[in-house]
Write a protein that binds this ligand. Structure first.
Ligand code: GMT
Length: 378
């Protein structure tokens, strides 16, 4: 098969899923054509069967706004015809699905269109309805639309009311990269590197530090935990909330125990260093970082927002708390960090559960079947 893929190439779960899926498809012998504003960040080196077509947008005085979406559509259509694509996979309804649909109209060859909803375009509609018709159009005019959790699927139905079935396909984890291999050894090395004592427990969070991630709740929960358990909080990533987090930890008098390590290329080693992973967002369609950290052995505490409660089985593979409830998060964290048997049981359950529900093989096959069903139709 020849598959075109359009995603946001910068750091973020949707770009990661698009790239990891493409890498797997390429390994299975399919030809992948990325049509994107730049090379996706998880695409390292030259991978056979993967081609990247970047969209150039020129600045003409005649346009008040640069026509990125139209240029993208034009480029997708060019790639469809030149490379004789069979299917295009658009990540996000706007602008990508809409650009893909337009591209299909422009091209001589007609392709099947798969659109994956990752959350943000539906979240945006919660407070700005101006894109509602475009999103509904993107969903309805795609041949197949998928959502990354049941929760996102339901939210889309409730807000957009599309006249179309939505298929849930969960995010998946790259088990070759994110696993528990030599976890104890890496943990030791990383603690040494970050000046953390061997017996000190590590609580971790990683994200793009947007307000919806509610890192303030994590800092407040950690403040309670460190009163009872010798621990540090390691925050991986960067974004608009970084300063707020810094000043909150200063005002709580725990800044020495809150490590803001910024964006890191080797998150795997960081995850292996951690005992607990917290994702207490107020909106989260799935939480890919959570899944990746879990497969590295970090036991999760998540909020009840969106798809997080589908990723974590409360009381079995991790714990779930209400959004903003830092006392409950702290209580669960203290319990897990001081009860080794319970901790080990959760860790074993979680690794088993990921293998069953979120393995690369399972999820890649689900997408493959969708692509194949479209080839039969076209
Ligand atoms: O979490 C983010 O802010 C990044 C965002 C993105 O667009 O990459 O992630 C979204 O898509 C991921 C992949 O499907 C999901 O795992 C994340 O939960 C989702 N983020 C939100 O819903 C906030």
């Amino acid at each position: 098969m020849k598959i075109g893929v359009t995603c946001y190439p910068s750091v973020g779960g949707s770009g990661i899923i698009a790239t990891e899926l493409a890498l797997q498809m390429a390994e299975l012998g399919h030809e992948i054509h990325f049509i994107s504003s730049s090379v996706p960040f998880r695409l390292n080196g030259n991978v056979p069967n993967i081609y990247v077509h970047t969209v150039e947008i020129n600045d003409y005085n005649v346009f008040k706004y640069r026509p990125y979406d139209i240029t993208l559509a034009s480029k997708i259509s060019e790639v469809i015809d030149i490379h004789q694509l069979d299917v295009i996979h658009m990540h996000y309804a706007i602008p990508h699905a809409v650009a893909g649909i337009l591209a299909n109209h422009m091209s001589q060859r007609k392709v099947g269109i798969v659109t994956t909803l990752h959350g943000t375009d539906i979240t945006v509609l919660g407070h700005d309805r101006s894109l509602e018709r475009a999103i509904r159009f993107g969903i309805e005019e795609s041949d197949i639309t998928t959502a990354v959790s049941e929760s996102l699927k339901q939210e889309t139905i409730d807000i957009v009311h599309p006249d179309k079935d939505i298929v849930t396909i969960y995010n998946f984890v790259d088990e070759d990269k994110f696993n528990m291999d030599i976890r104890e050894q890496i943990k030791k090395e990383m603690k040494l590197r970050y000046g953390i004592k061997e017996n000190t427990k590590v609580i971790m969070h990683s994200s793009n530090f947007r307000k919806i991630k509610r890192i303030d709740t994590i800092v407040r929960a950690f403040n309670e935990v460190q009163k009872e358990v010798d621990s540090v909080l390691v925050l991986v990533g960067d974004g608009p909330e970084a300063m707020t987090v810094k000043s909150l930890s200063q005002s709580l008098g725990i800044e020495d125990k809150v490590l803001l390590v910024g964006q890191q290329s080797d998150v795997v080693s960081l995850y292996k260093m951690s005992d607990l992973f917290m994702l207490l967002s107020e909106k989260e369609s799935f939480g890919l970082a959570l899944l990746e950290a879990m497969n590295c052995g970090s036991v999760p505490i998540g909020s009840s927002a969106g798809g997080i409660k589908e990723v974590i089985q409360h009381g079995k593979t991790g714990q779930i708390v209400d959004v903003g409830d830092y006392n409950a998060a702290a209580k669960y964290a203290i319990e897990l960090l001081t009860n080794e048997d319970k901790y080990n049981t959760f860790q074993q359950n979680m690794i088993k559960d990921i293998k069953t529900r979120f393995s690369e093989e399972k999820i890649v096959n689900e997408y493959l079947e969708l692509y194949q069903s479209l080839i039969k139709v076209n």
